[in-house]
Design a protein around this ligand. Structure first.
Ligand code: UD2
Length: 315
């Protein structure tokens, strides 16, 4: 469990029943009063830790938001339509959830004078011109999801500059860890782990030479806690590790760590896939004191342990 300077606060976590939000909730609940607002669209009630107040509601519902924000000192805004594919299928829906509801949340935070830590995404950079990617890299999002995350990332700065709202946006790279359940829209690591544990072939899309900066969930929790307590405001920071791993290496590592007989097979490359993504995290280090602590191998080991105990591979 990540140590944090956040104690004795009333904290709202939107999306607190989801992957990232529930890890934050579990870290903070012992020393703080945690309120979770989650519509349970992709999150799960069982992710809500004991001791947290749970409000089942949609962030697009102003009344639910008002109720959730009452008396809080800080908001972690993790609720979103997280699927890039789903956002491509339905841009207005992505816009309503990812932008519209976030704007309502920023307005409410402005009214109540509450600090906000906002989940932005590496998706705002689209296909980067070069790696590592620093925060000044051109923003050419390659999907409606990326456009929407870019929008709220920029609104966060506006709300700081125009209205003095204390807000920090965190641009997550590829987050992984226990509790990220495999599905058609989830991260490659959860998909490969499920395949390997079920003895199914591990499906590498394309030749596997594409790279990603995989950041373990505990370090994302750490970044959020630092952003909530830092003197810094009105800025956006990359949250990754600064290291890149090829997808082929991910598959091989999972093959080795699970001890599976499953083969690695190559399928068609994903249309519009990003070749290389790696964060320059020097700004987060300097401004927030952020320092990744979990190596890719250790993170994978913890995630695998969780899968072994929580997932029932189909026979
Ligand atoms: C991540 C984020 C997405 C958005 C985007 C911005 C996740 C789950 N998604 O998408 O929300 O922020 O970054 O750039 O973190 N792959 C396989 N086999 C599979 C599944 C995936 O080879 O069964 C490959 C895939 O083609 C890609 C890589 O793994 O090259 C990573 O895929 P992903 O969906 O985990 O994440 P990404 O980076 O596309």
């Amino acid at each position: 469990m990540t140590a944090t300077a956040l104690t004795g606060k009333r904290i709202l976590i939107t999306g607190g029943a989801g992957f990232i939000g529930s890890h934050l909730a579990r870290t903070l609940v012992a020393e703080n009063e945690v309120v979770i607002l989650d519509a349970l669209t992709t999150g799960s009630r069982s992710n809500v830790p004991d001791g947290a107040t749970f409000i089942e509601g949609d962030i697009r519902d102003d009344a639910a938001l008002e109720r959730a924000i009452d008396g809080v000192d800080v908001i972690f805004h993790e609720a979103a339509l997280v699927s890039v594919e789903r956002a491509i299928d339905d841009p207005p829906l992505s816009h309503a959830i990812n932008v519209g509801a976030t704007l309502s949340l920023l307005e409410a935070a402005r009214d109540h004078d509450v600090r906000v830590v906002l989940a932005s995404s590496a998706a705002i950079y689209g296909h980067p011109e070069s790696v590592p990617i620093d925060e000044a890299e051109p923003k050419t999002p390659a999907s409606p999801y990326g456009i929407d995350k870019h929008s709220i990332d920029q609104y966060a700065r506006q709300y700081h500059d125009q209205y003095g709202l204390e807000v920090v946006a965190l641009r997550y790279f590829n987050v992984f860890g226990p509790g990220q359940v495999a599905g058609p829209y989830s991260g490659v690591i959860s998909i490969f782990l499920e395949q390997a544990l079920a003895g199914e072939s591990i499906t590498v899309e394309g030749d596997g030479s594409q790279t990603r900066d995989f950041v373990y969930i505990d370090d994302v929790v750490q970044a959020n806690c630092l952003a909530a307590t830092s003197a810094t405001s009105g800025h956006a920071f990359n949250i990754g590790t600064g290291q890149a791993v090829t997808i082929r290496e991910v598959a091989e590592q999972i093959q080795e760590q699970t001890g599976t007989d499953a083969a690695i097979v190559h399928t068609e490359p994903r249309a519009g896939d990003i070749d290389h993504s790696r964060a320059d995290i020097s700004a987060a280090k300097a401004a927030l004191g952020y320092e990744p602590t979990v190596s890719f191998e250790d993170g994978l080991e913890h995630t695998l342990e969780w899968y072994r105990t929580h997932q029932q591979p189909t026979p």
